[in-house]
Ligand binder design. Structure first.
Ligand SMILES: [Mg+2]
Length: 267
């Protein structure tokens, strides 16, 4: 029996990156083994393309990547056959989201979003360096904002967004106004691409995540790895896939589970 072709999809914060210091070095042994076996590691995060690109360079990763909670998939040049870099977006575009936010502001709702802030102001609000704030401001589909109104108007704002096929998702510091997509849309899209590229091979998708916003991505994979962390107990075991919980936290748990799976599948 030939080995199945493995594809890894991974969340970043709290999963491949340590929740406190953002280091990934504890996952180095597994990452090196994946690279040696030419198994793609698709990064799938709430971060922007610019932020993920910086990390991909550091990791020497050349796989496609999924940005802003599934707002878009970036396919590098010559990835699935010859051609330039391709960006595939899902749901409302950022221009649509910004137009809707402008209209709601005219109706009297009070908030301040990334597009209202200079890089310096965002750096202060988010605890980022100014260059990191520039990368965070360069967005494809979602708009983070700070709410400046009361709770009742926030509920009305939420309903107005929903009526336009958009939603508001709570992140760590900001509320994210976005279309109706999630991290699983990018996974489905890329799995179809890999299946088309390797029609005669068995593909096994492994997804790793640590929090409830990874739930749908985990359910989309053949093997779900729930990496231990502050929110991992709130992730339910996906019903249709094989599921594993790591013993160690963050990148150390990532390393532990991926190495075990690579051994199991003969890599
Ligand atoms: Mg996470």
């Amino acid at each position: 029996m030939p080995k199945p072709r493995l594809i890894v999809f991974s969340d970043l914060d709290g999963t491949l990156l340590d929740h406190h210091n953002y280091h990934w070095s504890a996952a180095r042994p597994a990452l090196e083994r994946l690279a040696a076996a030419k198994i793609p590691v698709v990064l799938n995060s709430s971060k922007t393309a610019g932020e993920i690109r910086a990390l991909r360079d550091e990791l020497d990763n050349n796989a496609p990547y999924i940005v802003e909670n599934g707002a878009a998939v970036v396919i590098p040049a010559n990835c699935f056959g010859p051609g330039p870099e391709q960006v595939e977006t899902f749901g409302a575009s950022r221009d649509d989201v910004l137009a809707l936010l402008a209209q709601l502001r005219d109706e009297g709702f009070q908030f301040r979003s990334f597009s209202d802030m200079s890089a310096a102001e965002l750096a202060r609000n988010a605890g980022l360096s100014e260059s990191a704030a520039e990368l965070a401001k360069d967005r494809a589909g979602t708009e983070p904002l700070l709410w400046e109104g009361d709770d009742a108007s926030l509920e009305a704002f939420r309903q107005k967004l929903a009526a336009q096929n958009c939603r508001l998702v709570q992140g760590g510091r900001f509320l994210h106004a976005m279309g109706t997509f999630d991290k699983a849309d990018g996974v489905r899209f890329l799995l179809r691409k890999y299946e088309a590229q390797y029609p005669a091979e068995k593909i096994i998708a492994i997804a790793l995540g640590d929090s409830p916003n990874d739930q749908h991505m985990l359910e989309e994979a053949d093997i779900a790895v729930i990496v231990k962390g502050a929110q991992s107990d709130s992730v339910s075991l996906p019903s249709q896939s094989r599921a594993i919980r790591s013993i160690k936290e963050g990148p150390a748990g990532w390393n532990e589970c991926v190495l075990n799976l690579l051994i199991e599948y003969g890599y």
